[in-house]
Design a protein around this ligand. Structure first.
Ligand code: SER
Length: 390
């Protein structure tokens, strides 16, 4: 794995402070893990956050590829990506959250040159189970950064149960002119780095108990940091996205939100395929299928003759190389073309069926079940066809 200059600065900073490098794992969690894809740098470290000793020690750092489908509806804007790289650092029961915040501030200001005045933070203000995060509040006050106190937005967990805790998020001003408002009132404050005081375990009944050790888990979106440091207006101006933006706008003439969505989804699909997933009707394969179908739906919105055979192959190569994947452009092209064929065929068969069903009145749950079981039409696809026919 080769690292870009931003990642190297991040890794060196933490290595100089005693952190050992954990290598970038695949998007596929180990067998037995119920989660479909790695969604954060901490995810592969869960057993160690829960107290198992890590072979590399108690201070760790890495750059982890992550896939998040929870933000899918926001993809198309300027700051959300389905696939991104997370710069992460961890204290496994070693130093505390204020130590991490001071290092974080030092790295952003002195290592990356981000002005003090362009930073704003949010801190957990407490709820009925856990009090306010006083140590973080005190630390940020001492460092002189403006703080906004919030509730649930500053509580981090990777799912309904497991390790969790209050987090404090660092935002950077991305607007022209001097900063205005707070992260809660002005979306030009972009979250870049999240520091979690991971010291609780959530049980299935909602109860919290202390973890065996208090940890710190931090994660910063590399593409967002790149946007800030490059003075860009969007993450799509970053080195990993530019070949996609060029290819998608040049090849298919897409613009703005459609361009960003297709660039994002195709890039994410390439990495998912590179990590060994193939389209299917369940699990990981279905996530891949949905990404490709969303991209195709967007491509065909104003020109149904567009085809993934015109895929920007330079961008595919660039992405496979960037993520150190051994797959080939031809393999990716085969998967894309196969999916495109299947999807065209499904739409051709599905359109008249949905339209007939619709003419009898609004669809019931039973209709959806039947369309799925008898005609192989998933609910989201039926909804798309309904929007076309009504
Ligand atoms: N787990 C936190 C996040 O994903 C910090 O790494 O934001």
């Amino acid at each position: 794995m080769t690292y870009d200059p931003i990642s190297r600065t991040f890794l060196d900073f933490f290595r100089e402070r005693g952190h050992e490098l954990v290598s970038d794992g695949s998007l596929i969690p180990p067998p037995g893990d119920p989660v479909l894809f790695t969604t954060s740098g901490m995810h592969p470290l869960t057993p160690y956050l829960e107290g198992r000793p890590h072979p590399l020690g108690r201070r760790l750092v890495n750059v982890q590829r992550c896939l998040r489908t929870t933000d899918l509806d926001e993809v198309g804007d300027c700051t959300h990506l389905t696939l991104f790289r997370m710069l992460g650092s961890w204290s496994l029961g070693d130093y505390d959250l204020p130590r991490s915040l001071r290092w974080g501030y030092e790295l952003l200001r002195d290592g990356f040159g981000i002005d003090h005045d362009r930073m704003h933070v949010t801190v957990f203000g407490g709820d009925e189970q856990v009090g306010p995060d006083e140590p973080s509040l005190r630390t940020w006050n001492e460092l002189g950064l403006p703080v906004e106190l919030t509730g649930a937005e500053n509580w981090w967990s990777n799912g309904p149960t497991g390790p969790c805790g209050p987090d404090t998020e660092i935002f950077v001003w991305t607007g022209d002119g001097p900063p205005l408002g707070t992260p809660g009132t002005d979306s030009r404050w972009m979250e870049v780095w999240n520091h979690v005081g991971m010291r609780h375990h959530r049980h299935p009944d909602g109860r919290l108990s202390p973890l065996r050790q208090p940890n710190v888990d931090t994660g910063m979106g590399l593409e967002r940091l790149e946007m800030v440091l490059g003075g860009h207006r969007s993450v799509f101006e970053g080195a990993g996205l530019v070949p996609w933006v060029r290819g998608v706008s040049g090849g298919w003439g897409l613009r703005d939100g459609s361009l960003r969505l297709v660039a994002d989804h195709l890039r994410a699909s390439v990495v998912v395929i590179g990590d060994g997933v193939r389209p299917s009707n369940t699990g990981r394969g279905y996530v891949l299928r949905r990404l490709l179908r969303r991209a195709l739906t967007t491509l065909w919105r104003d020109d149904a003759s567009r085809t993934l055979s015109d895929l920007p192959t330079g961008a595919v190569r660039h992405t496979l190389d960037g993520f150190g994947q051994s797959g080939t452009v031809d393999e990716v092209r085969d998967v894309f073309s196969g999916e495109e064929r299947r999807f065209r065929e499904l739409l051709r068969r599905g359109r008249p069926v949905v339209s007939r069903r619709r003419s009898r009145g609004p669809l019931t749950d039973e209709d959806y079940r039947d369309l799925h079981d008898t005609h192989g039409l998933p609910r989201d696809l039926v909804d798309g066809l309904l929007a076309e026919v009504s």
